[in-house]
Ligand binder design. Structure first.
Ligand SMILES: NC(=O)c1ccc[n+]([C@@H]2O[C@H](COP(=O)([O-])OP(=O)(O)OC[C@H]3O[C@@H](n4cnc5c(N)ncnc54)[C@H](O)[C@@H]3O)[C@@H](O)[C@H]2O)c1
Ligand SMILES: N[C@H](C(=O)O)[C@H](O)COP(=O)(O)O
Length: 329
């Protein structure tokens, strides 16, 4: 069976189109379908000096991979002219529309997964649309109340209790209810998607030194420890809350399947320091498979050809692997 994978290149002024063009130079085992305005790809290919043949996607025909140098596309009309490196809010709605279509067509079974290129959250908001990230957007589109952001690189997986919220809101967002839901989603997906029978998860504290017995904050005593105790009583293997500044060392990580961080910049800088460009972002708990790159729009590099494709390549491979596993179950 040939899988069908939707690819959203993301912000058109960023490196998403470049990544798609470069990765289409090889033949994939699945049918990759870019959800995009074809003129963006054609123009960027000329700017990069790459050749690419675009093939219209037809859902009714049998899925088959495109030959190297070719790419299937599903047309979505852009809002305005695209200049590499120059954000334009008139394309904000266009970017969102590519995500909406990818989501809808994953929900209806047209696609087996979606791999997203980087979007610029700021310009979408400037277009008048409240948007904090793909993770939250896909949750909303698929009517899923709770999802979990997890990034993975060789030897390290980091999942987050909270995602794209201001730091000032984090303490209030780390509730027993949210922790319980996140741990359950993480546990289930580590088992079902990654084949880990009894996941062992290291859980960070929220405060410096995990609160230092309450002298540096009480969230560990009042919220995190009781939640972990209750979940461990149900048979989970959660270790923590541990001081986040010292848990990221081989001594602890070698025996762990994932780290659960309380907030974005507690866990992701460590993950990206270890594996930037070679990591994948996976949304857990969604009704469909979604992977993404570990980097942003890199506006400074659009149309230069001077980009690393490692993370996008990994995101596609991971999506294919997860979709194959799902198809076998
Ligand atoms: N998956 C996503 O949609 C995603 C992920 C992260 C950030 N973002 C968004 O991207 C925008 C820009 O964020 P930023 O400037 O913090 O991060 P960035 O990743 O765009 O850039 C950080 C640095 O890394 C470099 N870089 C990034 N990707 C690269 C690649 N593939 N090859 C070579 N160099 C690369 C850039 O040139 C820059 O120097 C923000 O709006 C942010 O929210 C989106
Ligand atoms: N938090 C992600 C990262 O740092 O790589 C990134 O902003 C993308 O998030 P979404 O997948 O929710 O867009």
């Amino acid at each position: 069976m040939c899988l069908r994978i939707a690819i959203t290149p993301g912000e058109p002024a960023g490196i998403g189109p470049d990544l798609v063009i470069k990765l289409a130079q090889q033949m994939w085992s699945a049918q990759l379908v870019a959800v995009v305005d074809r003129t963006i790809i054609e123009k960027r290919a000329i700017e990069l000096g790459e050749s690419i043949t675009l093939l219209p996607f037809e859902a009714k025909t049998e899925a088959k991979p495109a030959p190297a140098g070719c790419l299937y596309y599903l047309q979505v009309d852009k809002g305005t002219h695209v200049q590499a490196g120059q954000l334009d809010e008139k394309n904000g709605q266009y970017v969102l529309e590519t995500l909406r279509i990818a989501s809808e067509k994953n929900m209806d079974g047209t696609f087996d997964a979606v791999v997203t290129g980087p979007v610029h959250k700021g310009i979408i908001n400037r277009a008048g649309i409240s948007f904090s990230g793909h993770t939250e957007y896909f949750a909303l589109q698929s009517n899923t109340s709770d999802v979990v952001m997890m990034l993975a690189t060789e030897g390290l997986r980091v999942a987050l209790v909270t995602t794209h919220i201001p730091l000032a809101y984090v303490s209030r967002a780390v509730t027993t209810e949210r922790l319980t839901k996140v741990v359950n989603i993480l546990h289930d997906d580590l088992q079902s998607k990654f084949g880990i029978e009894k996941p062992r998860v290291l859980v960070c504290g929220l405060n410096p030194h995990a609160g230092e017995d309450g002298h540096l904050g009480r969230e560990e005593i009042e919220t995190i420890t009781p939640a972990l105790t209750a979940l461990n009583a149900q048979g989970m293997n959660l270790i923590g809350p541990l001081p986040a500044d010292t848990l990221f060392q081989a001594k602890y990580l070698d025996n762990a399947d994932a780290v659960l961080a309380m907030y974005h910049d507690q866990g992701l800088p460590v993950l990206k320091y270890k594996g930037f460009g070679n990591s994948v972002n996976i949304t857990l708990g969604l009704p469909f498979i979604r992977t993404s790159v570990d980097h942003g729009t890199a506006l400074d590099l659009a149309a230069t050809g001077n980009i690393e494709v490692g993370s996008f390549d990994l995101a596609i491979r991971e999506a294919i692997k997860l979709a194959n596993k799902k198809a076998l179950n």
